[in-house]
Design a protein around this ligand. Structure first.
Ligand code: ADP
Ligand code: ZN
Ligand code: ZN
Length: 721
């Protein structure tokens, strides 16, 4: 009789034991279907010693496994990664495992799937629902379920349209192979610096050893070209590579660059994929056939069969930190995966995080540097504009000097970029008569006016409302005023100043898909845009040789709030956006509008002397015992019921253990005291580096019982606090 321990997906239960029926063979990592009550769930066979089971079930009471998927088992390295991630981030192993399996892909026996698309025929009976469906589907293709969701109608409406001939089936082969990248295809001649850096990265790939390396090079130094050499080596050896990007909007330009270098596109993995594309990619990754995968942080948990290299591009980006579900940091998990897989990990950045610099200082990570820009391009000149001494005109946001320089670029037919990290028209809307402000009904946050869509939107939960004509409080008409600028308002000012200029607003509202990003890049390259007004979405990755001026509209914005990383983040963001200027032959110029031109961070930006700034920041962190010298964990208690949230938070706080080297602050209302309709309290745990804070928290929370109406989540190494 053989039994198997199975970690079941979608279950809070932990591992369960099953009987392996006659004729089935399983091994650790095998993907199986297991019965649970009346349900059939996907699970993965695990070594019993790694996953102790809480309830020992006698052989005679075991239920049999139902099926084993016909795909390779999850490798040992990935299984160890799942365990590590679950333990470090205090998450249920099943929640981590869920990121490894894209539910149905593993089980599909079928080699092809039927998707549907419009035929162009209009059905005889065109109900309003059918008309809506056809309009929203447009030229999209997908499964019945996906099209129904896109069109916001029931599956039956879609099926009806198929019957009526308005939609037709298309067979998609989910096992059709991906093209093989050619390592010699577009190989550039590297500069001496690039060659030296590339040789070191390549050597680690050849040796197939765990080697985390910081690839530290100024913007435009050719970091991508350099790490592409390591990718080429992995391809030559037939090993797989992951390239992680911080933003799905960056995927499209990356695909293009990859194509130029390797003659075909890599496999893309991100939330914008259709389920068929997802299935095809997952299977090719699991079989080892997909050699290079580029994607968002979730690509890190896929079951690569033969991983030889991990690259984290723009490794300092805070978007690598997942803010819901499993609160993992993709940069740190990437290093752990490299460790378990015995493969090199390259962290590429022009502005490395203090945590990463510290690992280099301690000798745990190697560092290779690219000190100058590639080719004739020079780093841009950076100059502060003192908003107190030379303010913009009344009611305007752009100072005279910035306006003058914009005019010059227009005359010379060069492109400019205005950076403001605020979506929408204005961050706050209020009634001039009674002072009423628009707050989100679900969150402790102001609603942000978006003029392009004529709506008020909450940037935390997505709640939207039309902009009312009259104040809902005092009924005055036309009394609403916008306070402060967002990108749309800056674009208005530009239109007013330069009516002939072609302007584009680039935010997650306008660039919400890789296709939109590609369209934007195309327009920039064609010279179809003179002035870009954008949020952090445009600060990185892009290479526009004719862009010679960058204006930072409000450099002080990120310094508000007193976040631990505020100065570091401001430095990184402005350095990154400055890096967009002067990447071609023409010199670049950067103007930084600030109220504090003498602040250390502004000085570091202007002089380009990062080291002094980083050292001061590092010392301040050391004094405060902040990361990387100490660690934090946030415990967030939430409930739809305010009293329950408060009472549970009090209970958690009152039972905090006394541990040498650890302090617990709070509970206090969380920075967003209400989010998506839930009231939130926070306890902040601050501990010495050497303390196993996860262990302490596990014991602490494990011994507590709280109301079923409350949720307690732990965020280890939290950001944004
Ligand atoms: P980074 O990632 O460091 O900002 P990139 O890799 O984007 O820099 O390089 C900046 C520009 O210089 C890109 O257009 C790139 O193609 C070009 N470039 C860099 N190195 C080389 C090289 N060795 N040969 C040709 N072009 C290069
Ligand atoms: Zn009012
Ligand atoms: Zn909200």
């Amino acid at each position: 009789m053989s039994r198997a321990r199975v970690l079941i997906l979608n279950s809070a239960l932990g591992p369960l034991d099953y009987r392996v029926p006659h004729g089935m063979t399983v091994e650790p990592g095998s993907i199986v279907v297991a019965p649970l009550g009346p349900r059939q769930l996907l699970g993965v066979v695990w070594e019993p010693e790694y996953m102790p089971s809480e309830a020992e079930v006698g052989d005679n009471r075991l239920r049999p496994l139902l099926a084993r998927a016909d795909v390779p088992p999850l490798g040992e390295a990935l299984r160890r990664l799942v365990e590590w991630t679950a333990a470090y981030y205090l998450a249920p192993p099943a929640a981590v495992l869920r990121m490894c399996l894209s539910s149905t892909s593993a089980l599909e026996g079928a080699r092809s799937v039927t998707e549907y698309r419009a035929t162009g025929d209009v059905p005889d009976r065109l109900t309003p629902q059918r008309a809506q469906a056809l309009e929203r589907i447009g030229d999209r293709q997908g499964l019945i379920r996906e099209l129904a969701m896109t069109a916001d109608v029931s599956d039956a409406v879609i099926r009806g349209l198929v019957k009526a001939g308005a939609l037709e089936g298309v067979e998609v082969d989910i096992d059709s192979p991906f093209p093989l990248p050619d390592p010699a295809y577009g190989a550039p001649v590297l500069s001496d610096d690039q060659r030296a850096a590339a040789d070191r990265l390549v050597a680690d790939v050849t040796a197939h050893r765990f080697a985390p390396t910081l690839l530290d090079g100024v913007t435009g130094s050719g970091k991508t070209e350099t790490y592409f050499e390591a990718v080429a080596e992995a391809i030559r050896l037939g090993r797989q590579t992951i390239v992680l990007l911080p933003e799905i909007a960056l995927t499209e330009p990356f695909l293009k660059r990859f194509h130029d270098r390797f003659g075909c596109e890599p496999v893309a993995w991100h939330s914008g994929l259709r389920s068929t594309q997802r299935r095809r990619a997952w299977r090719a990754i699991a079989s080892g056939e997909a050699l290079v995968t580029v994607g968002a942080r979730s690509a890190l948990f896929l079951p690569y069969r033969n991983l030889g290299l991990i690259v984290v591009d723009e490794a300092h980006e805070t978007s690598f930190k997942q803010e819901d579900g499993v609160h993992y940091h993709a940069r740190d998990v990437a290093v752990m995966r490299g460790k378990f897989e015995s493969c090199p990990v390259i962290l590429a950045s022009a502005t490395p995080a203090i945590e990463t610099r510290q690992q280099v200082a301690l000798g745990r990570y190697a560092e290779v540097q690219l000190p100058g820009r590639y080719g004739p391009a020079e780093l841009p000149t950076i100059e502060p504009i003192d908003l107190i001494a030379t303010p913009p005109e009344r009611g305007r946001w752009l100072a005279p000097k910035l306006v003058r320089m914009l005019a010059e670029r227009l005359e010379r037919r060069e492109q400019s970029l205005l950076f403001l990290n605020r979506r929408g028209y204005a961050p706050l809307t209020l009634c001039r008569t009674c002072g009423h402000r628009f707050q989100c009904p679900n969150c402790t946050a102001w609603m942000v006016e978006h003029r392009l869509t004529r709506r008020l939107a909450c940037h935390h939960c997505g709640h939207v409302e039309p902009v009312p004509r009259a104040c809902p409080e005092c009924q005055s008409e036309d009394s609403l005023v916008a306070c402060g600028p967002g990108v749309e308002r800056i674009a208005d000012e530009v239109a007013l100043l330069f009516p002939e200029a072609k302007t584009a607003v680039v935010t997650s509202d306008t660039i919400w898909s890789p296709a939109k990003a590609a369209e934007f890049v195309g327009r920039m390259e064609a010279g179809d845009i003179d002035i870009v007004v954008g949020t952090q979405l445009v600060t990185k990755g892009y290479h526009f040789p004719n862009l010679t001026l960058v204006g930072v509209v409000d450099a002080d914005l990120g310094l508000e709030g007193g976040d631990l990383r505020a100065a570091e983040r401001t430095f990184q963001q402005i350095r990154q956006v400055s890096g967009r200027a002067g990447r071609g032959e023409k010199p670049g110029h950067v103007l930084i509008q600030t109220h504090a031109p003498n602040a250390q961070v502004m000085q570091a930006l202007v002089t380009g002397e990062a080291d002094a700034f980083y050292e001061a920041e590092t010392e301040a962190r050391r004094d405060a015992g902040a990361p990387p010298f100490g660690r934090y964990a946030a415990i967030i208690v939430s409930s739809e019921d305010q009293a329950v949230a408060q009472e549970t938070a009090r209970l958690v706080g009152a039972s905090a253990p006394r541990v040498e080297g650890m302090a617990v602050y709070g509970p206090a209302p969380a920075p967003l005291a209400m989010l998506r309709g839930r009231h939130r309290y926070r306890l902040l745990v601050h501990a010495r580096r050497a303390l196993d804070v996860q262990d302490v928290i596990r014991d602490w929370l494990g011994g507590l019982d709280w109301s079923a109406k409350a949720r307690v989540a732990v965020d280890v190494d939290p950001y944004n606090f």
